[in-house]
Design a protein around this ligand. Structure first.
Ligand code: ADP
Length: 212
Protein backbone atom coordinates (compact mmCIF):
# COMPACT_ATOMS: atom_id res chain seq x y z
CA UNK A 1 0.00 0.00 0.00
CA UNK A 2 1.54 3.31 -0.95
CA UNK A 3 1.49 6.19 1.53
CA UNK A 4 -1.19 8.79 0.85
CA UNK A 5 -1.43 12.46 1.75
CA UNK A 6 -4.27 13.20 4.13
CA UNK A 7 -6.39 16.33 3.85
CA UNK A 8 -7.19 18.50 6.85
CA UNK A 9 -10.51 16.86 7.58
CA UNK A 10 -9.02 13.38 7.36
CA UNK A 11 -6.30 14.43 9.83
CA UNK A 12 -9.02 15.72 12.18
CA UNK A 13 -10.93 12.44 11.95
CA UNK A 14 -7.74 10.52 12.65
CA UNK A 15 -7.09 12.59 15.80
CA UNK A 16 -10.65 12.07 17.03
CA UNK A 17 -10.49 8.32 16.52
CA UNK A 18 -7.04 8.11 18.10
CA UNK A 19 -8.29 9.87 21.20
CA UNK A 20 -11.79 8.40 21.43
CA UNK A 21 -11.98 5.15 19.52
CA UNK A 22 -13.83 2.95 19.13
CA UNK A 23 -16.24 5.61 17.98
CA UNK A 24 -19.13 5.50 15.50
CA UNK A 25 -19.36 7.50 12.31
CA UNK A 26 -22.31 9.41 13.81
CA UNK A 27 -20.26 10.45 16.82
CA UNK A 28 -17.33 11.59 14.68
CA UNK A 29 -19.76 13.61 12.53
CA UNK A 30 -21.24 15.25 15.64
CA UNK A 31 -17.86 16.34 16.90
CA UNK A 32 -17.03 17.90 13.54
CA UNK A 33 -20.50 19.49 13.20
CA UNK A 34 -20.99 17.66 9.92
CA UNK A 35 -23.38 15.01 8.66
CA UNK A 36 -22.48 11.33 8.53
CA UNK A 37 -22.96 11.41 4.73
CA UNK A 38 -20.41 14.19 4.31
CA UNK A 39 -17.84 12.18 6.18
CA UNK A 40 -18.42 8.92 4.32
CA UNK A 41 -15.73 9.39 1.60
CA UNK A 42 -13.09 10.45 4.15
CA UNK A 43 -13.86 7.50 6.42
CA UNK A 44 -13.69 5.17 3.43
CA UNK A 45 -10.26 6.47 2.41
CA UNK A 46 -8.88 6.28 5.95
CA UNK A 47 -10.12 2.71 6.24
CA UNK A 48 -8.88 1.59 2.82
CA UNK A 49 -5.47 3.14 3.39
CA UNK A 50 -5.12 1.27 6.66
CA UNK A 51 -5.18 4.21 9.08
CA UNK A 52 -8.45 3.08 10.64
CA UNK A 53 -10.16 -0.23 11.19
CA UNK A 54 -13.96 -0.42 11.19
CA UNK A 55 -16.00 -2.99 13.09
CA UNK A 56 -19.74 -3.28 12.55
CA UNK A 57 -21.76 -2.03 15.54
CA UNK A 58 -18.56 -1.02 17.37
CA UNK A 59 -17.25 1.76 15.23
CA UNK A 60 -13.93 3.03 14.05
CA UNK A 61 -10.66 2.57 15.87
CA UNK A 62 -7.10 3.55 15.15
CA UNK A 63 -5.23 0.62 13.58
CA UNK A 64 -1.83 1.67 14.92
CA UNK A 65 -0.32 0.78 11.56
CA UNK A 66 1.46 3.34 9.49
CA UNK A 67 0.34 2.88 5.91
CA UNK A 68 3.23 1.74 3.76
CA UNK A 69 4.76 -0.12 6.70
CA UNK A 70 4.25 -3.48 5.00
CA UNK A 71 6.50 -2.65 2.09
CA UNK A 72 9.18 -1.21 4.39
CA UNK A 73 9.18 -4.40 6.45
CA UNK A 74 9.43 -6.48 3.30
CA UNK A 75 12.38 -4.43 2.07
CA UNK A 76 14.22 -4.70 5.37
CA UNK A 77 13.74 -8.47 5.34
CA UNK A 78 15.24 -8.95 1.88
CA UNK A 79 18.60 -10.67 2.25
CA UNK A 80 21.63 -10.72 -0.02
CA UNK A 81 21.40 -14.53 -0.24
CA UNK A 82 17.90 -14.35 -1.76
CA UNK A 83 19.03 -12.22 -4.70
CA UNK A 84 22.74 -12.92 -5.30
CA UNK A 85 24.15 -14.43 -8.50
CA UNK A 86 26.85 -16.99 -9.12
CA UNK A 87 30.33 -15.42 -8.93
CA UNK A 88 32.78 -15.61 -11.82
CA UNK A 89 36.35 -15.84 -10.57
CA UNK A 90 39.77 -15.87 -12.24
CA UNK A 91 43.21 -16.59 -10.84
CA UNK A 92 45.64 -13.72 -10.28
CA UNK A 93 48.08 -14.97 -12.89
CA UNK A 94 45.66 -15.18 -15.84
CA UNK A 95 46.31 -12.63 -18.58
CA UNK A 96 44.21 -9.55 -19.22
CA UNK A 97 43.37 -11.10 -22.59
CA UNK A 98 41.97 -14.24 -20.92
CA UNK A 99 40.07 -12.18 -18.37
CA UNK A 100 38.37 -10.26 -21.18
CA UNK A 101 37.44 -13.56 -22.85
CA UNK A 102 36.07 -14.84 -19.54
CA UNK A 103 33.92 -11.74 -19.13
CA UNK A 104 32.33 -12.36 -22.54
CA UNK A 105 31.97 -16.10 -22.01
CA UNK A 106 30.17 -15.70 -18.68
CA UNK A 107 28.35 -12.53 -19.66
CA UNK A 108 29.28 -10.60 -16.52
CA UNK A 109 30.56 -7.07 -15.91
CA UNK A 110 32.79 -7.82 -12.92
CA UNK A 111 35.29 -10.61 -12.30
CA UNK A 112 36.62 -11.54 -8.88
CA UNK A 113 40.26 -12.50 -8.60
CA UNK A 114 41.46 -15.25 -6.26
CA UNK A 115 44.83 -16.70 -5.23
CA UNK A 116 45.81 -20.35 -5.54
CA UNK A 117 43.94 -21.15 -2.32
CA UNK A 118 40.76 -19.56 -3.72
CA UNK A 119 40.89 -16.57 -1.38
CA UNK A 120 39.73 -13.22 -2.71
CA UNK A 121 42.58 -10.90 -3.73
CA UNK A 122 41.02 -8.49 -6.25
CA UNK A 123 38.26 -7.20 -8.48
CA UNK A 124 38.29 -6.49 -12.23
CA UNK A 125 35.72 -4.23 -13.82
CA UNK A 126 35.01 -3.65 -17.50
CA UNK A 127 36.78 -0.31 -17.41
CA UNK A 128 39.85 -1.78 -15.68
CA UNK A 129 40.20 -4.09 -18.69
CA UNK A 130 39.34 -1.38 -21.24
CA UNK A 131 41.91 0.99 -19.76
CA UNK A 132 44.62 -1.63 -20.13
CA UNK A 133 43.48 -2.41 -23.67
CA UNK A 134 43.88 1.23 -24.66
CA UNK A 135 47.63 0.97 -24.22
CA UNK A 136 49.22 -0.82 -27.15
CA UNK A 137 50.53 -3.53 -24.85
CA UNK A 138 50.45 -7.26 -25.38
CA UNK A 139 47.37 -8.25 -23.38
CA UNK A 140 48.38 -11.89 -23.25
CA UNK A 141 51.54 -10.94 -21.36
CA UNK A 142 49.96 -8.84 -18.58
CA UNK A 143 48.67 -10.78 -15.54
CA UNK A 144 45.48 -9.39 -14.03
CA UNK A 145 46.99 -8.89 -10.57
CA UNK A 146 48.89 -5.89 -11.99
CA UNK A 147 45.72 -4.01 -12.95
CA UNK A 148 43.06 -5.21 -10.52
CA UNK A 149 41.68 -3.33 -7.51
CA UNK A 150 43.13 -5.30 -4.64
CA UNK A 151 42.53 -6.27 -1.03
CA UNK A 152 42.12 -4.67 1.44
CA UNK A 153 40.35 -2.12 -0.76
CA UNK A 154 37.58 -4.47 -1.81
CA UNK A 155 34.03 -3.62 -0.80
CA UNK A 156 32.09 -6.81 -0.07
CA UNK A 157 28.98 -8.17 1.61
CA UNK A 158 27.91 -11.35 3.37
CA UNK A 159 24.94 -13.54 2.53
CA UNK A 160 22.82 -12.79 5.62
CA UNK A 161 23.14 -9.04 5.29
CA UNK A 162 20.13 -7.01 4.25
CA UNK A 163 19.92 -6.12 0.59
CA UNK A 164 19.41 -2.48 1.57
CA UNK A 165 22.82 -2.34 3.28
CA UNK A 166 24.48 -3.87 0.24
CA UNK A 167 22.68 -1.43 -2.07
CA UNK A 168 23.97 1.48 0.03
CA UNK A 169 27.51 0.18 -0.43
CA UNK A 170 27.10 -0.09 -4.22
CA UNK A 171 25.89 3.50 -4.41
CA UNK A 172 28.35 5.00 -1.90
CA UNK A 173 31.37 3.36 -3.53
CA UNK A 174 30.06 3.94 -7.07
CA UNK A 175 30.66 0.35 -8.12
CA UNK A 176 28.60 -2.19 -10.05
CA UNK A 177 29.13 -5.34 -7.99
CA UNK A 178 30.07 -6.70 -4.59
CA UNK A 179 31.57 -10.10 -3.93
CA UNK A 180 29.48 -12.07 -1.44
CA UNK A 181 32.09 -13.56 0.86
CA UNK A 182 32.42 -16.08 3.64
CA UNK A 183 34.89 -14.79 6.18
CA UNK A 184 37.53 -17.35 7.19
CA UNK A 185 40.61 -16.87 9.38
CA UNK A 186 42.95 -17.00 6.35
CA UNK A 187 40.85 -14.76 4.10
CA UNK A 188 37.59 -14.45 2.19
CA UNK A 189 36.02 -17.23 0.12
CA UNK A 190 33.87 -15.86 -2.71
CA UNK A 191 30.43 -17.47 -2.61
CA UNK A 192 28.37 -15.03 -4.66
CA UNK A 193 28.09 -11.87 -6.69
CA UNK A 194 25.70 -9.03 -5.94
CA UNK A 195 25.17 -6.55 -8.76
CA UNK A 196 23.00 -3.60 -9.60
CA UNK A 197 20.94 -6.03 -11.71
CA UNK A 198 20.18 -8.07 -8.60
CA UNK A 199 19.01 -4.92 -6.84
CA UNK A 200 16.83 -4.00 -9.83
CA UNK A 201 15.33 -7.50 -9.76
CA UNK A 202 14.59 -7.15 -6.06
CA UNK A 203 12.95 -3.80 -6.73
CA UNK A 204 10.73 -5.42 -9.35
CA UNK A 205 9.79 -8.24 -7.02
CA UNK A 206 8.29 -5.64 -4.70
CA UNK A 207 5.92 -4.47 -7.40
CA UNK A 208 4.92 -8.04 -8.18
CA UNK A 209 4.19 -8.82 -4.54
CA UNK A 210 2.32 -5.63 -3.82
CA UNK A 211 -0.48 -4.57 -6.09
CA UNK A 212 0.06 -0.90 -6.98
P1 ADP B 1 33.36 0.10 -14.39
O1 ADP B 1 34.79 0.47 -14.05
O2 ADP B 1 33.27 -0.87 -15.53
O3 ADP B 1 32.44 1.27 -14.52
P2 ADP B 1 32.78 -0.34 -11.57
O4 ADP B 1 32.11 0.99 -11.42
O5 ADP B 1 32.21 -1.52 -10.87
O6 ADP B 1 32.84 -0.74 -13.11
O7 ADP B 1 34.29 -0.19 -11.12
C1 ADP B 1 34.94 1.03 -10.90
C2 ADP B 1 36.29 0.77 -10.21
O8 ADP B 1 36.05 0.23 -8.91
C3 ADP B 1 37.17 -0.24 -10.94
O9 ADP B 1 38.51 0.19 -10.89
C4 ADP B 1 36.99 -1.53 -10.16
O10 ADP B 1 38.16 -2.34 -10.10
C5 ADP B 1 36.65 -1.03 -8.77
N1 ADP B 1 35.69 -1.94 -8.11
C6 ADP B 1 34.64 -2.58 -8.66
N2 ADP B 1 34.00 -3.32 -7.74
C7 ADP B 1 34.65 -3.15 -6.57
C8 ADP B 1 34.48 -3.66 -5.24
N3 ADP B 1 33.50 -4.49 -4.92
N4 ADP B 1 35.35 -3.25 -4.30
C9 ADP B 1 36.34 -2.39 -4.61
N5 ADP B 1 36.57 -1.89 -5.82
C10 ADP B 1 35.74 -2.25 -6.81
Amino acid sequence: MSPIELNKRQEEILQIVKGNGPITGEQIAERLHLTRATLRPDLAILTMAGFLDARPRVGYFYSGKKPGQDITDTMNNMKVKDFQSIPVVVREDVSVYDAISQMFLDDVGTLFVVDKNSFLTGVLSRKDLLRTSLGSQNLTAIPVHIIMTRMPNITYCVKNESLIQAAHRLINQQIDALPVVEEQPEGFKVIGRLTKTNITRAFLSLSENHEL
